[in-house]
Ligand binder design. Structure first.
Ligand code: COA
Length: 343
């Protein structure tokens, strides 16, 4: 055998012809436990009126004591798989986007792989905070497009209740737990994921972060006492950056598709704050009924938010096959991403 044969790139047999990638199905899961703003009033100095008027959030879901990110991710994934009639042995790759993995390692994706019994699947996590679902989708579609894999499972899942500081009213009222999942495959009759624009600005990394628990500040009694294992955020600066980045990414994605906002059936933004969603919508020139909102029920579920919203939008028939959908998100990193999909 000649060396050229030994080292022949297996993709070469396809002449690197790309193919399209579509979302076959979506699924989501939120824990049963509802925590209302009235309950928040009992633990920090806040009011339902303040939270509702400043954020739009009325309640959030909290994971049960023994319910971890991998459990919620697995439930969302199973629902997406059931809807499409996909069995665990068909899954080639699992990507989990999360900032609240069960453990620093092994990856939550490996735990999900085991829980699903998806023995054939490769598995890894990505961390792009609230942009995680769109980042995972764009990464996953590369494997479909390149014909490396037939079926990719992407999941955004978070147990943010385990990292928020329940004594900090600036942050604890904002976040919730949950998971959203999607099955990516080639569908010959659809254009699917038309484009995705991803971006990042590490210069502003400390605007929204959890300083402790990594290699820089490993857990010690001092680091725990200093509250370094909680999420910390400069809300005002984060807000300003969110609006500009989401609008920029959305406009770039529309431009790449040579379309405009009037052609979009539904905008599904990351669910962080109603005022961010309104400001982004206004600058993009969307009609009110063109934007999907469910943050009143769940708060900010970070990487899970876009997946949960997409699942509910499909369930409520706000989108049907053939509609153009714009997903747009922003999060810690800083990161941002927007995608245009022919649903
Ligand atoms: C956090 C956020 C809701 C705060 O809203 P804001 O209008 O910027 O509020 P401010 O920061 O001006 O705070 C106003 C006052 O409300 C107070 N406040 C903060 N949280 C409060 C709460 N839960 N209840 C009552 N008062 C609160 C502040 O302490 C401040 O009081 P002070 O003026 O006496 O210092 C807003 O900045 C935000 O949504 N930022 C983006 C957060 C986000 O989405 N992060 C995730 C990105 S993916």
């Amino acid at each position: 055998m000649s060396t050229t044969q030994i080292f022949k790139n297996p993709r070469a047999k396809h002449n690197f012809q790309g193919r399209t990638c579509s979302i076959t199905s979506v699924g989501s899961y939120v824990p049963d436990r509802i925590m209302t703003n009235a309950e928040m009033e009992k633990i920090v100095d806040t009011t339902d009126e303040w939270i509702t008027s400043r954020t739009g959030i009325r309640q959030r879901r909290l994971a049960a004591e023994s319910e971890y990110t991998s459990d919620m991710a697995t439930k969302a994934a199973q629902r997406a798989m059931d809807k499409a009639g996909i069995t665990a042995d068909q899954i080639d790759l699992i990507i989990v986007a999360t900032i609240t993995p069960d453990m620093l390692f092994p990856s939550t994706a490996c735990l999900v792989q085991n829980k699903l019994g998806a023995r054939r699947a490769a598995a890894f996590d990505i961390e792009a905070a609230c942009s995680g679902f769109i980042y995972a989708m764009e990464i996953g579609q590369q494997f479909i497009m390149s014909r490396t894999y037939e079926t990719v499972l992407i999941i955004g899942a978070e147990r943010l209740s385990s990292i928020v500081n329940w004594k900090d009213r600036n942050t604890c009222v904002l976040f919730g737990d949950g998971a959203g999942a999607a099955i990516l495959q080639h569908r010959p009759d659809a254009h699917g994921l038309l484009t995705a624009c991803m971006g990042a600005d590490g210069d502003k990394a400390m605007l929204l972060c959890m300083p402790g628990g990594g290699s820089r500040i490993p857990a010690t009694s001092d680091s725990v006492a200093a509250g370094l294992h909680h999420l910390q955020m400069d809300g005002k600066e984060t807000f300003k950056n969110a609006v500009g980045a989401m609008v920029g990414a959305a406009q770039e994605a529309l431009k790449r598709c040579e379309t405009d906002i009037s052609q979009i059936k539904l905008v599904i933004p990351h669910q962080a704050n109603q005022r961010i969603i309104d400001a982004v919508g206004e600058r993009l020139g969307v009609e009110k009924d063109q934007v999907f909102v469910n943050l009143d029920k769940y708060g900010n579920t970070s990487a899970a938010s876009v997946g949960i919203a997409l699942d509910e939008a499909v369930d409520q028939k706000r989108i049907v096959r053939g509609d153009l959908v714009l997903l747009v998100a922003f999060g810690a990193g800083l990161t941002w991403a927007a995608a245009v999909i022919e649903w």
